[in-house]
Design a protein around this ligand. Structure first.
Ligand code: BGC
Length: 415
């Protein structure tokens, strides 16, 4: 056993955590936004692992789904010269931080990564030819979470088209059940909107959201997308403004509402509440998106520390641990995601996890594997922010779909 590991074991056992070992133990300050029940359990696996390796974990959790508040806190920390050792950052934002010259490469621990990651993901976590981020897992965003008892009560099946969806929603309403649970926060609005964009086909999604093609953005089909969003909205409750996503999930778990549009971190909440897929709840792809998969990959980047030129031993150990098969498996089991590392066995995963994995393979082959805009995978911050504003303004006003589409086309030009 290495010295650091011995000290870690002693410390974990409540012995020798004092001055003698303080010098040896490197502190890792970790900024993330994993604060719900399932999320905390998942990040707890990493914390325990790092402590066992002899590092001190300084948790910097900033509550707020999709990380907007965490990103503001991060900017303040970096500007004031207190950059964390690691921070939860993903997608094009990795490049944006790398361009600031504040990240450290972690190449020395990434020997087998390329061979074990989907090429699209392998590219995202590199900047200037160097690995700068360690990926955790793949979340599928285009899911609907359904309370099974509510669905059974109205004798319905999970809807596979919007027409079916509205029929089911009407039946639920007639039975006195709130059809849709939602939280009125900008990123949740955008999550629903991108689901409806995806329901028009993966090609439409790619043209609109990845290529920002003006013809697609201003099309009659896009007007129809806003119309559908408006209609779905009419099945949500009035108390949704500002509600956190996990509280909306709790409404579905407790049968206060029947369905929620949300990525599979929602499954972490069902699992944490002891609920089982197929028995208590159903995971169904968003209507008309069965063959597609909106991906959202969480990762940690590593910031240059004071008086250090390169990544510290603790930062390298963190990156290495995140990509080990055992960690990948346990993290995703709690988080509701699937491992990003290829070849991790799926037998301990539930039916929703297995389905996510199978659907991911189909989507990759069929060209339906697309990056989530609402979760920072598709566009740079400024563009994504401008589009979010358009969608959230629409959902919080009586604006008509045509003028929302005009605003969308303008927002897409934001650089
Ligand atoms: C993150 C997830 C997180 C969710 C809710 C997403 O953007 O990728 O890890 O669970 O936001 O906070």
């Amino acid at each position: 056993m290495k010295f650091r590991a011995i000290m870690g074991a002693l410390c974990a056992a409540g012995l020798m955590c004092g001055a003698a070992s303080a010098q040896a133990a490197e502190s890792l300050s970790v900024l993330h936004w994993w604060t719900s029940g399932g999320e905390s359990k998942a990040v707890g696996v990493l914390k325990d692992d790092m402590q066992k390796q002899g590092y001190v974990w300084k948790d910097f959790a900033v509550a707020g789904g999709a990380g907007a508040a965490a990103m503001t806190a991060l900017k303040t920390q970096v500007i004031s010269g207190n950059a964390p050792s690691a921070a939860q950052i993903k997608g094009p934002l990795i490049q944006e931080w790398a361009e600031q010259g504040v990240l450290v490469p972690i190449d020395s621990v990434t020997g087998d990564w390329k061979a074990n990651l989907p090429p699209q993901i392998d590219k995202i976590i590199q900047a200037d030819g160097h690995y700068v981020a360690a990926p955790f897992s793949v979340h599928r965003v285009n899911w609907v979470w359904i309370n099974k008892a509510a669905l059974d009560k109205v004798g319905a099946k999970p809807p596979t088209t919007w027409a079916e969806f509205f029929t089911v929603a009407d039946k639920l309403k007639a039975a006195g059940i709130q059809p849709v649970a939602a939280g009125g926060q900008p990123w949740q609005d955008l999550t629903l909107w991108e689901d409806v964009v995806l329901s028009q086909g993966a090609d439409f999604y790619k043209k609109a959201i990845v290529d920002l093609d003006q013809k697609t953005l201003t099309s009659q089909q896009m007007v129809g997308v806003f119309d559908t969003v408006r209609k779905i909205e009419s099945y949500m409750d009035n108390g949704r403004t500002g509600r956190d996503w996990n509280l909306a999930t709790a409404m579905v778990i407790n049968g206060k509402a029947a369905m929620q549009f949300m990525g599979d971190w929602a499954k972490g909440e069902f699992a944490n509440a002891g609920k089982q897929p197929g028995k208590d709840y159903i995971c169904a792809p968003v209507p008309a998106t069965e063959k597609a998969f909106t991906f959202n990959v969480d990762s940690f980047v590593f910031f240059q520390q004071k008086d250090q030129k390169a990544a510290t031993p603790g930062q390298l150990a963190l990156a290495k641990t995140i990509m080990t098969p055992a960690f990948q498996e346990q993290f995703s089991l709690y988080k509701g995601s699937i491992p990003v590392r290829l070849g991790v066995p799926m037998d301990r995963f539930d039916d929703c996890g297995k389905r996510a994995y199978a659907d991911e393979q189909v989507a990759i082959k069929a060209g339906g594997y697309v990056p989530s805009l609402a979760h920072g995978m598709a566009q740079r911050d400024a563009t994504a922010g401008a589009i979010t504003d358009v969608v959230t303004k629409f959902m919080n006003s009586t604006q008509d779909s045509k003028s929302a589409v005009e605003a969308l086309a303008r927002a897409a030009k934001t650089k």
